[in-house]
Design a protein around this ligand. Sequence first.
Ligand code: C5P
Length: 426
Amino acid sequence: MTSVKPNDPRTDTEGERLVNAATRLLGRRITLCVSGSIAAYKACELARLLVKLGAKVNVALTRSATQFVGAATFSGITGNPVSIEMFEDAAVGESHITLSTQSDLLVIAPATADLLARLATGRADNLVTACALCARCPIIVAPAMHPSMWEHPATQRNIEQLRVDGRVKIVGPARGEVASGDVGLGRLEEPEIILHHVVAALSPQDLKMRHVVVSAGPTLEDMDPVRFLGNRSSGKMGFALAQCAAQRGARVTLVAGPTHLPTPPDVTRVDVRSALSMRSALWEALGSKLDGADVLIMAAAVSDFRSSEIQTEKLKRNPNTKIPQLAMNPDILAEIGAERRGSVPLLIGFAVETNSDALIASARSKLSSKHVDLVVANLAEKAFGLDENHVTLVTKAGESKLGVDSKSNLASRILDWAVASLGDAR
Ligand code: C5P
């Protein structure tokens, strides 16, 4: 049995198989500050997600936070001691100075109404407020409180003050049910959403001022009101690309076939169903002269065929039923590639094969047949529905095997290639 360290970001959740796990926060030092709200339990999950992405996490608790979650929980998750007092360890010195100056980012989640008031007036009366006042790194604040407290003019004034000061980014709160059972604006944003903003704050903003259009998921081709032709694409790769591009500062339009995946923050999503509707949405996003975007990434598994006609009534199973013929869908990427003049937008396609021997040759042939700049080659069995993928980047200049990696890491590497190519094209 392989021996693994629990906090090793290169081990998967089972702790057995060594994979090149998501490492987008590898080596980044993050201080997670927690104040006294029932939502403090969600900070445990946030700590776990940060550690899973490779961050070195220190936790600072207010005294009232300890009434909700114990220090032992956080030190167990992060593998680091938890700080509560400003002057607790003479050897370390002043904890607030040490923590804030040695952090790449501070995230305050949950931030109570009281904590927001203290932050807005520059108080430094506990470890968390003192850290925030000292820190010169990015600070993310995720408020959580009863909706009446959130709506109160005093809280709104404090939030406005924090926005005007420009030293913190406010994430949330979300609308929904709060601990009392009341519904409104006041829930702590989900840990995955806070994590998105943490990664964004620590990512290079090298796609700022760029418009990236991504297609994702399958297309479904209706035959009658209850049947359709589809494929096994989950949309995970395209969604990871859209999320990563947004984290790197791009304006992102995600044209998504039917999938249950949540829309990543800061991404404009256009839902479509068939190949023909995806084609219209993409042309709309790119503009008829193709000058509306800097990059198009066609990660969608567009159905090559559709039913030649869509019956308005359910087709009956009887010998006289006329079974509809299949018609060929347009190749959206090839159409855009043929229409493009010059190098805008940068075109990235995917090639999915079931035969590994044919994969690279097939990807290479798509480079010229579809007039694209990069083809991401992958095998259906190693890609569809999974959180990881095994890909090779194929360009006119050569091939680059990225190996097995999380879709989020691969998305980041595909975008590295796009950023470098956009730079070359300038
Ligand atoms: O030819 P093949 O379907 O393997 O090409 C895959 C690439 O072409 C993907 O990037 C896919 O999104 C795109 N495609 C398309 N329209 C189709 C079929 C595929 O844009 N009808």
